[in-house]
Structure formats: structure tokens, C-alpha cells
Design a binder for this molecule. Structure first.
Ligand SMILES: [Fe+2]
Length: 392
């Protein structure tokens, strides 16, 4: 069976990469850019730096800065209106996954007719979006290099996942300097999201040799530097590993898919407005334990990539070591468990069946090495809810 691997045609990484925005926008033939971002990023001044850099290259810009943490259809429509009204010919998204996802949503809505929901799922978008330069400020989603966007339909409480090469950015500028302002709790949450991307990309049934190489490298970089990046936000070496690790993990999962953790985490985010990284983190350990029998060799590789000594152990013990390594990591960076983040137990039970149905409908669980029925997903949600942080 043949496989496809696609990433943005230009990816520039390293300290100062974001300063290439003017040069790259000019190369793309742009005259006016819509800068898509959120209010928090405006506060730290990055959009104006981007605007000045574009100006120096002879490109004017206008800023749309109302992107919400889980970007909504309203965000996409508002940004789109500004793009059209201001006669832009390029989108520059700067921020976390939300700003970049919103930029991608605007980009394809400009070139495709009809309701957004029609494009939900895999390879449903007919036309490539308008040109987009993606600049991440956090080491998490990898959205700058993925063909995925997640837009929330607030009326239906559904996080719509769209995956298509039509969503790929023209240029990704991965600059670790921009992540120095990320606060520790966010470094932890987005870092676990990136680790989850790498783990799920590696155990996915759609994994291929190219994504394997990327996923294992990302696991090494992220597990080797997340603690330091969390402990000292100005540790440029750790932040560089995290930014590049998150991007590499993005390239991996974008082409081999995420799996059961992401399938189950999106409904938690949609119903309880929990940060995406946190909603992955609270599921990761129990879902890994459930999935392990489907791909023990792959879990053993993950343990090794995380630095565990597995020589001489039986295969299942080697695979188990991956779960212990992840548990130690999430404990070290103070990530709580599902029952510890203020979700009301009765409300959780009320929507548990719907969440399990939404998880399956997203398609991601189908790529898990162990298939989960709706009843098993419900049981997993309950198990995660009962889990507490323990000393290991
Ligand atoms: Fe994710």
C-alpha cells in the first residue's frame, strides 16, 4: 500500500526565524497581509513586530486579534470579512494552535463555497486555501506544519476536525524566541499535547517509516527537555528543543494521524472548555495502558526513546516502561488528573455517552492499535475520571 507524506514547502527553524516573515511574504508575491492572532499575543507585542517586518519589505497589513482559545466559526467568519474588506492577499497567523487553526479556516473558506461543516473529516476540501505564513508562539499543536485544523461549532458543541493538504501553510517560521514568554502551566499543557502527537503518530495504524523517524525524534526532544522548559521559561536550549520537537511531532501526526487519546480529548474540550493539552494529558496514561497490547513493540520503542533502561526486560515490561516514563514526566511538571480539574461528576456522566459517540465519529480512534467500542470508551472516561496523581 502506498502512503502520502506532505508538509509545508518551506519550513524555517531556529532563533530569529520569525524575522524572515517580510522576506517570505515578498517571495510569495503578497502586497497586504491579514495578521491573525489573539489578544494575549497582542499584549506581548509580536503582531506589531510582524507588521513592522512586513512593512520593511514593502507589505502593508491589518490585524485581526479576536481569536478565542478554541477558535470558532464566528472567528473564521470575522477574520474572513476583514481579509475581504481590507483587500488582503496573504494571511500571517501568529500565536498558539488557535490562531494558526483560525488562519487555516479563513484560508480555505476564501477559496471554497458552502458551509464549513461540509469539509469536516479527511480530504473533503476541494480547493487549496489562500497563501498562509504560520508562526507558532508555543511548542504544542504543530499546526504550523500540519494539514489539520480544529474549528468549534459553538451551537452544536462540536470541535470540527478538518484534515486536508489544502490546509497546509505556504511557509512555517518556527522561532523558539517567541516561546520564551509562555508561562509554565501552558508550557506543560502544550508540551504534553506535542508528546501525545508524537506517541499517537508512532502507534497509529497509519504510521509509515517517514513518520516513525519523525515521531521518535520528537519523543526524544520533548521528553528530554519538557521538564527544563517548564522549570525555567528562559532556558533557550530547552525551549528550542520543545519548539522543534513540537513541529516535528506535527509533521508526524499530520501524516499518520492521531488516535484514541485525541479522539476522546476533543469532546472533553468541547463540553467542559478544558485546554486541549490538559484534556490530552488527563487521558494519556489510561489510554496508553488500554492500547499497549495492540502494539507492544512500538510502546517499547517509545520507552527507549524516553530514556528508559529496557535491556533484559520482557517485551511487555519494556512496553510498560513507556507508561511509567510518561507518568513520571506529567507528575514532574504538575499536570493534574481528570478528576482533579473541577469537572462536575454528574455533568460528566450526563454527557459521557455523547462524548464517546463524538470520539468515534471524529475518526481518530479508528487509527488506534487497539480498537475501542463505545462501551470501552465510556469505561475509559470513567477510569480516567477516577484516577488520581500518585507517587512513583
Ligand atoms: Fe493535539
Amino acid at each position: 500500500m502506498s502512503t502520502i507524506f506532505s508538509i509545508p514547502p518551506t519550513i524555517i527553524t531556529g532563533a530569529g526565524a520569525s524575522e524572515k516573515v517580510g522576506e517570505q511574504a515578498k517571495r510569495l508575491g503578497a502586497t497586504k497581509a491579514l495578521i491573525v492572532t489573539d489578544p494575549g499575543i497582542v499584549k506581548v507585542g509580536y503582531p506589531h513586530q510582524i507588521s513592522n517586518n512586513l512593512q520593511n519589505a514593502g507589505i502593508t497589513s491589518t490585524i485581526y486579534s479576536d481569536v478565542t482559545p478554541d477558535p470558532t466559526l464566528q472567528n473564521v467568519n470575522d477574520g474572513l470579512k476583514q481579509y475581504v474588506d481590507e483587500k488582503c492577499d496573504l494571511i500571517v497567523s501568529i500565536g498558539g494552535g488557535s490562531a494558526i487553526d483560525c488562519g487555516k479556516g479563513i484560508a480555505i473558506k476564501l477559496t471554497n463555497d458552502g458551509e464549513f461543516a461540509v469539509y469536516m473529516g479527511v480530504d473533503k476540501i476541494p480547493n487549496p486555501g489562500v497563501k498562509l505564513i504560520a508562526i507558532p508562539t508555543t511548542a504544542g499543536t504543530g499546526s504550523e506544519v500540519t494539514k489539520v485544523t480544529v474549528i468549534t461549532d459553538t451551537e452544536r458543541n462540536v470541535k470540527m476536525m478538518l484534515s486536508s493538504s489544502c490546509l497546509l501553510a505556504s511557509v512555517a517560521l518556527v522561532d523558539p524566541i517567541l516561546s520564551l514568554t509562555t508561562p509554565p502551566h501552558l508550557t506543560a499543557a502544550v508540551g504534553v499535547d506535542a508528546l501525545t502527537h508524537a506517541i499517537e503518530a508512532y502507534i497509529s495504524k497509519r504510521a509509515q517509516p517517514i513518520t516513525d523517524a519523525l515521531a521518535l525524534k520528537a519523543i526524544r526532544l520533548i521528553s528530554g527537555s519538557l521538564r527544563q522548559a517548564w522549570a525555567d521559561g528562559e532556558n533557550i536550549s530547552a525551549k528550542t528543543d520543545m519548539m522543534i520537537g513540537a513541529s516535528i511531532a506535527g509533521m508526524a501526526f499530520s501524516n499518520s494521524s492521531v488516535a484514541l487519546v485525541h479522539g476522546m480529548s476533543r469532546p472533553i474540550g468541547a463540553y467542559f472548555h478544558i485546554h486541549h493539552g490538559l484534556s490530552n494529558s488527563v487521558l494519556l496514561l489510561d489510554v496508553m495502558e488500554f492500547s499497549l497490547v495492540g502494539a507492544p513493540h512500538r510502546f517499547a520503542d517509545i520507552a527507549e526513546a524516553m530514556g528508559e533502561q529496557i535491556d533484559g526486560l520482557s517485551l511487555m515490561k519494556q512496553a510498560d516502561a513507556a507508561i511509567t516514563a510518561v507518568e513520571r514526566l506529567v507528575n514532574d511538571i504538575d499536570m493534574p488528573r481528570l478528576g482533579e480539574i473541577g469537572i462536575d461528576a454528574d455533568k460528566f456522566e450526563e454527557v459521557i455517552e455523547k462524548m464517546a459517540a463524538d470520539a468515534i465519529a471524529s475518526g481518530s480512534p479508528a487509527n488506534n492499535p487497539r480498537q475501542a467500542s463505545q462501551e470501552e470508551i465510556i469505561a475509559l472516561y470513567r477510569k480516567c475520571f477516577a484516577s488520581r496523581t500518585r507517587n512513583i
